[in-house]
Design a protein around this ligand. Structure first.
Ligand SMILES: Cc1ncc(COP(=O)(O)O)c(C=O)c1O
Length: 380
């Protein structure tokens, strides 16, 4: 069987058009974008083209986009660059470590932090955010889509609450781009983090949207690139790749998400047909991110699938060989036992129905070995 990659939420393969563009740039364009000669200016023009492509795709101004090395750096930049001693931050208890660990670090520097737990359906309740607001609340940072569950948070409602009190809003939208429509002039956040490798662009390139009128303190000092916020000679091929990847991703959202939803429904139907016991966790999910509990330890299942050439992920930290139940799942109210039996399967634009049939066939062999003969007809 061909190898099958169902870990799209961790990272995506590179789109072939993006790969071709980047290769051409790597091979032919090398000037330093800060140099005033023609070699440098050619590189500069590629960076500015990518900035325009991204801003047009997300409906913001080009000068509101700062290139970074990815989602983690964008998140760090906002929190470290915006908050100071005595400020209060509201965030959620299930953010990516690139928010969570920064918030914990800021607490050591006397920034007050409130962590909002998701409800049992995996969604942050805007009322809980509102109730956490204090006099010194300066920033609300709530992820748009949770990376383990795929749950989409009601960001517009959170922004409306924040605006009434003149509080700025940041969102980590790393999992959302290319999977759901996003119009920055409608959603009205002040800051937003994105990363190209989650939507078929290159790894190590991301961006931070900073709405006009907002500013951040520099956290790195150097040559002054990217409005002093991200000094260092730019990754021209990567940035160009991100520009094209964003354009392709946004243009094809409807087509891709329809296909992915169909594949997800096929997957869940086949699980039922095979009587494979399972539980999907979280509501209001983005199509293609399936957090699912089976009656087997997640880590064992991930390894058994890997032996068959199928990649999925186990969303929990593993320390000294002992898997720990995912905090995200425990926050949702799952028992330790169920959390340890949960994996994440993520589907992307390159998958086919045959891939889904193959995945279920292997899951059936692992989970229902005694039913192989009875159920075999269901599987192509
Ligand atoms: C929600 C979320 N935020 C941030 C990141 C970090 O992005 P990067 O790997 O580009 O630094 C990830 C990647 O896993 C993510 O899923």
């Amino acid at each position: 069987m061909n190898k099958l990659y169902f870990d799209i939420a961790a990272t995506t393969p590179l789109d072939s058009n993006v790969s071709m563009l980047m290769t051409e740039i790597q091979n032919t364009i090398f000037g330093n974008p800060s140099s005033i000669h023609q070699f440098g200016q050619k590189s500069r023009s590629l960076i500015e083209k990518a900035r325009r492509q991204i801003s047009k795709s997300l409906n913001c101004k080009p000068n509101e986009i700062i290139f970074t090395s990815g989602g983690s750096e964008s998140n760090n930049l906002v929190l470290h660059g915006f908050l100071k001693e005595g400020d209060h931050l509201i965030t959620s208890s299930y953010e990516h470590p690139a928010i969570m660990k920064v918030a914990q670090e800021l607490e050591k520097n006397n920034v007050e932090v409130t962590y909002i737990n998701p409800r049992q359906d995996g969604i942050i309740n805007p009322t809980d955010v509102e109730q956490a607001i204090k006099k010194n609340t300066k920033l609300i940072s709530i992820m748009y889509v949770n990376n383990e569950l795929g749950c989409i948070n009601p960001l517009s409602e959170i922004v409306a609450i924040a605006q009434k009190k003149n509080i700025k809003v940041h969102t980590d939208a790393v999992q959302l781009i290319g999977k759901k429509e996003l119009n920055l002039s409608v959603i009205n956040v002040d800051f937003m983090s994105i990363a190209a490798h989650k939507y078929y662009g290159p790894k190590g390139v991301g961006a931070l949207f900073i709405k006009s009128g907002n500013s951040l303190n520099s956290t790195l000092q150097g040559g002054g690139q990217e409005k002093n916020l991200r000094p260092g000679t730019e990754n021209v091929a990567g940035i160009s790749g991100m520009g094209l990847a964003t354009q392709i991703a946004i243009k094809n959202i409807k087509k891709n998400s329809d296909v992915i939803l169909k594949l997800e429904n096929l997957f869940l139907d086949l699980l039922n047909k095979h009587q494979i016991i399972h539980q999907v966790n979280g509501k209001n999910r983005l199509p293609g991110i399936i957090n699912i509990t089976f009656p087997i330890l997640g880590q064992t299942l991930v390894m058994k699938l890997d032996l068959e050439g199928i990649a999925v992920s186990f969303g929990s930290a593993c320390s000294s060989g002992t898997p720990k139940a995912s905090k995200v799942l425990l926050d949702l109210g799952l028992t330790d036992d169920k959390a340890l039996k949960t994996i994440r399967i993520s589907i992307g634009k390159f998958h086919t129905e045959d891939d889904i049939y193959s995945l279920v066939k292997v899951l059936n062999q692992i989970l229902n070995p005694e039913n192989q003969k009875v159920n075999y007809n269901y599987v192509k």
